[in-house]
Write a protein that binds this ligand. Structure first.
Ligand code: UDX
Length: 427
């Protein structure tokens, strides 16, 4: 088993560190945020991630997992160093690598000879060689080993992945990195560093394009009276297409797809290639939201100002508490701009996010609907599908629903007197 140091304890780093310790490795996680490290050391987990607390507790009790702000201590005997740092979007669409590169500069002095520095963060193609230049440690090797974990199911995705990708310039180094995952049953692809970096970008952009495709097909279904849920099922049964990532919604969001699609578009443009297909997928995503606003306007007789709207769900998808680049926040913000009075409920959000500070947050679905003329469902929390429409009907002044996740049963809600609209359906 190996001595591993994970740098960065965000969504990726924390789940990566905990999962690696569950495979039997000795892992030290380092972060510059003292408050976060103190919180984790008190036994708390700063993010909502199924199964993560159990793995962290187990790793710690076995003496295989520790957390510190002391980089020197973390790196002292580490054979493998995983870089799990944020690579946010810059104003021009490119990935901002300043945090990652400054971390590379800092660790250079503490790495032991023959260590392998592994990039897990999503980085532009070619970053491997930039890291090599900044590191200036010929006695240390580098590898690219992109992550493919989804928030909310990061532990499951890490321990049961579809594939493990390792990019390096030497077969020996690739094999050393692949051996870290010997406890996991998954195909391993060894490749060159740029291809490994490209695989990550190509995967995320493909999934985003797939989602934009089904969101565009949802529009066609609305225009021609077809039902996108059946259409999605029907096309997903073709194994060449596959059933996943074919659920239409209020557009894709989160901390990865928006920034990664823009980063790939930027890379293409910088190299003189017009990647129109990807640009259009991003544009479709913007149009989805505009259409939802138009649908709300038409449902409220073309006037939103002063109208009370109930919103269910603010996170960018269910089973996470992450609000970053959430379509729900963007839609609520647009409605507030049009003068709506909004009361939101989300099972994981207790404080109103700054971007929608004029909205109100309440602690139950019922109170969000008090006096509302319209109910807007924006995140697919499964508990919403269990809500009794009769109780909700009594709270609202007008019984109208726009269900942007198609999670409520149209018949049940229509029978309770609601005018129900889903996405991509004829009702
Ligand atoms: C994504 C990638 O899936 C993961 O492999 C990568 O490493 C990190 O980025 P994540 O951002 O956690 O994961 O969310 P994901 O589950 O992929 O969903 C992204 C967005 O697409 C969400 O807004 C979600 O609501 C939307 N989505 C997803 C749909 O609208 N329909 C679907 O069928 C699936």
């Amino acid at each position: 088993m190996s001595k591993i140091c994970v740098i960065g304890t965000g969504y990726v780093g924390l789940s990566c560190g905990a999962c690696l310790s569950s495979l039997g490795h000795n892992v030290t996680c380092v972060d510059i945020n003292q408050d976060k490290i103190d919180l984790i050391n008190r036994g708390e987990i700063p993010i909502m991630e199924t199964g993560l607390k159990e793995l962290v507790d187990e790793g710690r009790s076995k003496g295989l997992l520790s957390f510190t702000t002391d980089l020197k201590e973390g790196l002292a005997s580490a054979e493998f160093i995983f870089l799990c740092l944020a690579t946010p979007q810059s104003e021009d669409g490119s990935a901002d690598l300043s945090t990652l590169m400054s971390s590379v500069k800092t660790i250079a002095a503490y790495l032991k000879p023959n260590a392998v520095v592994i990039t897990k963060s999503t980085v532009p193609i070619g970053t491997f060689f930039d890291i090599e230049k900044v590191l200036q440690r010929p006695d240390v090797s580098l590898a690219s080993n992109p992550e493919f974990v989804r928030e909310g199911s990061a532990v499951q995705d890490f321990l049961h992945p579809d594939r493990i990708i390792v990019g390096a310039t030497s077969e020996f180094v690739s094999q050393r990195v692949a051996a870290i995952y010997s406890g996991i049953d998954a195909p391993v692809l060894l490749t060159d560093p740029s291809s490994a970096e490209a695989i990550k970008h190509a995967s995320n952009s493909f999934l985003a394009m797939k989602l934009s495709y089904i969101n565009a097909i949802a529009v066609i279904c609305e225009l021609y009276g077809a039902d996108v849920l059946d259409v999605s099922k029907g096309i997903g049964l073709d194994h060449r297409i596959g059933a996943e990532f074919l659920t239409p919604g209020p557009g894709w969001g989160g901390s990865c797809f928006p920034k990664d699609t823009n980063a790939l578009l930027y890379m293409a443009r910088s190299a003189g290639y017009k990647f129109g297909l990807l640009g259009e997928a991003i544009e479709v995503n913007n149009v989805v939201q505009k259409r939802i606003i138009e649908r709300i306007l038409s449902s409220l007789d073309e006037s939103i100002s002063g109208k009370r709207i109930a919103v269910w769900g603010l996170t960018f998808k269910a089973n996470t508490d992450d609000l970053r680049d959430s379509p729900a926040i963007q839609i609520v913000s647009a409605l507030l701009g049009l003068g709506a009075q909004i009361r939101c409920f989300d099972p994981t959000v207790r404080v109103i996010p700054p971007a929608i500070r004029q909205a109100e947050i309440v602690d139950s679905v019922e109170s969000s609907c008090e006096g509302a003329e319209l109910l807007l469902v924006l995140t697919e929390w499964s508990q919403f599908s269990q809500i009794n429409p009769i109780a909700i009907a009594k709270k609202m002044t007008s019984k109208r629903i726009i269900d942007c996740r198609n999670i409520l049963d149209p018949d049940t809600w229509s029978e309770a007197g609601f005018q129900y609209h889903g996405i991509g359906r004829s009702n």
